[in-house]
Design a protein around this ligand. Structure first.
Ligand SMILES: Cc1cc2nc3c(=O)[nH]c(=O)nc-3n(C[C@H](O)[C@H](O)[C@H](O)COP(=O)(O)OP(=O)(O)OC[C@H]3O[C@@H](n4cnc5c(N)ncnc54)[C@H](O)[C@@H]3O)c2cc1C
Length: 337
């Protein structure tokens, strides 16, 4: 059981900033995210795009903003459960909560803050009959621990940044053959990555299959082979240890919809007159995941919501204490040991 003062569901920009604001009040946070890296939409959808409406930054790359938020949160030593989806929230007799993830990891805290954005990012899956037989038995839709895959025969499918970035990573690091399969000849990834992949293919480090797709899977307990259909040639079967179909992730509100929260237009209704608390006392919703009159889905609005939400969170965690807010210019940033 992982214990903290606040469980934050969603490690997007708003969840990350909540760590800092909670930390100023000496509240410890533990974050859960379905994707293996922090940053939410900024990391998953547009890491290389500049954002122009973060106060004090005339322009900042989304990926850079995530790095800065992580640095700002670091003194408060947040915990992270990444690559696991929060599935259930169970209220305990004392009013605290237990949040259990898709992998069965349990988290306990007096306060839950849902910063789930558009929902948890779920992989787009290819349509192959026996796909489910090999999920987590040779098929992974996200790369959680790349070093654990080194030394294995890896094939990646996809034409976006994620597919190309991982194909390049493994082609450069792995001593086993690495394959990259894509339906067309043109890739959607950054042009530097495409050039690098072609160079690695030329150097014999990456087997590139264009106008191709995986149409069959073979193996007993574990995935052992994939069947590739490529334009202009007969289907071929190749031996693999891991197949990584990286066709992108799409957000789904998912389990959040089943937690007894008041939902309106796919978002959680909150009290915006005070603290962004939901209809369940002790559960807050901040950032893109909430709704109230006048709501704007902007990062800076989420930052404001996080700041107000932790004020009430403090009162729940420490019912007999009073917190007096001081400017950071006065009190500095006193992190945790
Ligand atoms: C292309 C694009 C450009 C944008 N440009 C701007 C801009 O210029 N300025 C601006 O202010 N905003 C911009 N936005 C909007 C901005 O990205 C969002 O407002 C912001 O990401 C919201 O942050 P968040 O932390 O609330 O949620 P998100 O960033 O969506 O993060 C939510 C996280 O919660 C996780 N999650 C959800 N449910 C679960 C669950 N059950 N278990 C575990 N994890 C879960 C998700 O996996 C995700 O990582 C842009 C958005 C897009 C798509």
């Amino acid at each position: 059981m992982i214990k903290s003062d606040i469980i934050i569901i969603g490690a997007g920009p708003v969840g990350l900033f909540a760590i800092f604001e909670a930390g100023l009040m000496q509240l410890k946070c533990h974050l859960i995210d379905a994707i293996p890296q922090p940053g939410g939409q900024l990391a998953e959808i547009y890491p290389k795009k500049p954002i122009y409406d973060i106060p004090g930054y005339p322009s900042v790359l989304a990926g850079e903003l995530v790095d800065n938020l992580m640095e700002q949160a670091a003194p408060f030593k947040p915990g992270f459960t990444l690559g696991e989806r929060a599935e259930t929230i169970d209220k305990q007799a004392d009013g605290s909560f237990i949040v259990t993830t898709s992998e069965g990891t349990q988290h306990h805290a007096p306060v839950v803050m849902i910063a789930g954005g558009l929902g948890s990012f779920e992989p787009r899956k290819p349509k192959i009959d026996n796909l489910a037989d090999f999920e987590k038995k040779g098929i992974d839709y996200m790369v959680k621990d790349p070093e654990a895959l080194l030394g294995k025969k890896i094939v990646i499918s996809g034409g976006g940044d994620s597919a190309l970035d991982w194909a390049i990573y493994f082609a450069e690091k792995n001593d086993q053959p690495v394959g990259l399969i894509h339906r067309s000849e043109s890739f959607r990834a950054h042009k530097d990555s495409v050039a690098k992949a072609h160079a690695l293919a030329k150097a014999g480090k990456l087997a590139l299959y264009t106008h191709a797709e995986v149409v069959g899977l073979g193996g007993e307990e574990q995935l052992e082979s994939i069947e590739i259909k490529q334009k202009g040639t007969d289907n071929k079967t190749i031996a693999v240890d891991r197949w990584l179909p990286l066709f992108g992730l799409s957000p789904k509100l998912g389990p959040i919809a089943n937690w007894g929260l008041e939902i309106e237009k796919n978002a959680i209704k909150v009290d915006n007159t005070l603290d962004y608390q939901t209809n369940i006392p002790g559960i807050f919703a901040i950032g893109d995941v909430n709704t109230y009159p006048g709501k704007l889905k902007l990062i800076l609005c989420g930052f404001h919501e996080a700041t107000l939400a932790v004020q009430t969170a403090y009162k729940i965690v420490h019912p007999n204490k009073r917190f007096t807010m001081k400017y950071t210019t006065v009190q500095g940033v006193n992190g945790f040991e």
